[in-house]
Design a protein around this ligand. Structure first.
Ligand code: THU
Length: 140
């Protein structure tokens, strides 16, 4: 099951628009009904405008009214021809960790993040990736 999600992230990386970094990233969200929503990184000639794969996937789920249904995330990335063979797993960037925290707090689930590498995947909980993070509770 988790390997399916990881495979979906690897497949989504094929749709990355990353002509500047040539670093292709795919993200796959598992929903509570078993469906999968994917995203890939979307770069821009104004480099700082780039959207990461995880953020694209989560915003896509939100657009479909599915934010509350997210239960797990997989991410895969690497040079265009090495996404599935990248020796070292990539973990979500700091900004994406904050975006995932919004999902974790909304759903009250400590979202597992499965990070793909050539020999499988490493799993981290959002609370491990972003301890002591700022979230909705801080606004109260
Ligand atoms: N990138 C992601 O899509 N997700 C991450 O978690 C890390 C970085 C993208 C942004 C940029 O297009 C490329 O990878 C290189 O940084």
């Amino acid at each position: 099951m988790t390997q399916n999600l990881v495979n979906a992230a690897i497949a989504a990386a094929a749709n990355a628009y990353a002509p500047y970094s040539n670093f292709h990233v795919g993200a796959a969200l598992l929903l509570d009904n078993g469906d999968i929503v994917t995203g890939s990184n979307f770069e821009n000639a104004s480099y700082g405008m780039t959207l990461c794969a995880e953020t694209v996937a989560i915003a896509t789920a939100n657009s479909d009214g599915l934010l509350k249904n997210i239960v797990a995330i997989a991410v895969a990335g690497g040079p265009a021809d090495k996404v599935a063979a990248n020796a070292k797993a990539i973990t979500p960037c700091g900004r994406c960790r904050q975006i995932i925290k919004e999902v974790a707090d909304l759903t009250q689930r400590d979202i597992p993040v499965h990070c793909a590498h050539a020999n499988g995947y490493d799993t981290y909980l959002l609370s491990e990736l972003l301890p002591h993070g700022f979230g909705p509770a801080n606004l109260k």
